[in-house]
Design a protein around this ligand. Structure first.
Ligand SMILES: Nc1ncnc2c1ncn2[C@@H]1O[C@H](COP(=O)(O)OP(=O)(O)OP(=O)(O)O)[C@@H](O)[C@H]1O
Length: 259
């Protein structure tokens, strides 16, 4: 299921403003890639460009290629909705549908994708997704209660269950733990570790320890200066980035000297 993504020479714009310049990187399947860097350097913008969420903002567009499975996701005739079905996303703040039950939250994506399913198959899928998100034991006796009644960490795992229920190949996570307490953060980090055997995972995080704990590869983004676009300074194995980066700017950032 997990897929490799090859990004080449990607420029990402908001109208005329070039926010991120010339990114080329290979995102490996069955691995976690962390995007780190100071505020405003374009990590979230880059993340959203991977599943064509960027272009929902008026005037936002890209130049360059994002290739998955031999197909350029920005190629002519490619449907962005299909791209988003294969590349799911989890946001900073848990955003379950507040009036829907836990069950319906997980089933929602499948229903939106217009897949007609027998009730028993849907039950199985909801259970499998909740198990996959490490939440089943905590909610199995209250599937019909509102998703908004769960704790923040449980809500985030519910959103992950909703994302994996549509069986994507890739999961994009934009600071998924920033609104969570330390215990919930660890639960989500454990989950990321488990999910990587099946998915390609890309995570934006401001937390250096988190990047070091959960990721296999790390890309460090930075701005060349005020008003300049963000760029990838270097990308390497996470252990190398954190122990022996090749660029001084990376070392300064991870050692807390700026950012
Ligand atoms: N909707 C938007 N319209 C115009 N410019 C935007 C928009 N969203 C982001 N930008 C600009 O794009 C650049 C990159 O922003 P982005 O949010 O991707 O950075 P980031 O590295 O994820 O930051 P942070 O760590 O603070 O979340 C910034 O200059 C930002 O002001």
């Amino acid at each position: 299921m997990a897929k490799l993504i090859d990004v080449s020479d990607l420029n990402i714009y908001y109208g005329d403003f070039l926010a991120v310049e010339s990114v080329s990187m290979t995102i490996e399947p069955r691995a976690v890639t962390a995007l780190i860097g100071p505020s405003g350097c374009g990590k979230s913008t880059f993340l959203r460009s991977l599943n064509r969420m960027h272009e929902v903002i008026p005037g936002a567009h890209v130049q360059g290629k994002v290739v998955m499975d031999g197909q350029d996701l920005y190629g002519a005739g490619v449907d962005p909705v299909t791209v988003r079905r294969h590349i799911g996303m989890v946001f900073q703040r848990p955003n379950p549908f507040p009036t829907m039950s836990i069950y319906e939250n997980v089933a929602a994506g499948v229903r939106l994708n217009a897949k007609r399913m027998k009730k028993s198959d849907l039950d199985d899928l909801v259970e499998k997704s909740l198990r996959g998100a490490n939440l089943w034991a905590e909610v199995k006796d209250r599937l019909n209660r509102p998703g908004s009644g769960l704790s923040g960490g449980q809500q985030q795992r519910l959103c992950i269950a909703r994302a994996i229920a549509i069986q994507p190949s890739v999961l994009l996570m934009d600071e998924p733990c920033s609104a969570l307490d330390p215990i919930s953060t660890l639960a989500v980090e454990d989950l990321i570790e488990q999910l990587k055997s099946e998915y390609t995972i890309v995570i934006v995080t401001h937390n250096m320890q988190q990047a070091a704990r959960v990721s296999d590869k790390t890309a460090f983004f930075n701005l060349a200066g005020v008003g300049k676009p963000g760029k990838v300074v270097e990308m390497d194995d996470t252990t190398t980035i954190f122990s022996n980066p090749s660029q001084k700017a990376t070392e300064d950032y991870i050692s807390g000297r700026f950012g």
